[in-house]
Ligand binder design. Sequence first.
Ligand code: FE2
Length: 188
Amino acid sequence: MAILRLENGTALERLNDIAGELAALNVQIDRQSIGEEPQLHELLTKESLSEAEKERVLVALDGYFQQLQQTAGYKSRDLLVLHPQVPNLDELLSKFDRIHTHADDEVRYVIAGEGVFGFVRPDGSQVELTVQAEEYINVPAGTEHWFHLTPTRRMKAVRYFSGTEGWVPQYTGREIHFSGVSGDRITS
Ligand SMILES: [Fe+2]
């Protein structure tokens, strides 16, 4: 279940409360079941997946992709698989753990593990949102945000794209001053 942490130490767990705090950013968060298919659940228990296994996972979830294609115009999807044995994991994560924006929406459907999205709100305050399995998040284009893993360092997430270039990070130079009691910031 998603958790939103504010700078004053408050942690919100009700989706409505979280949506309210993020409303000014138009960040969208929703629950989305991955269903009951045993083969999919078995694949999701594996730490790393071959390209063929990734494709099987994506195909199993393509009903949701088709919905998003119709409602939001996404054209492609891939599967991000992060775990401690991924080569250059720290290097990969270091591209996204500073405040940045993208020209396109950043859309993630977390299907195993969890990740943390930080946001700069219009009043300058900063918040961190832990997104967990069976949760969908849309970070609109231009939103100042950052991302890191929790100490488990494991996340599988489907990424949906409307183009090929829009997810490249543009760093804004603003410092992260989030000081909420998250206890789960990874420093490498
Ligand atoms: Fe990003």
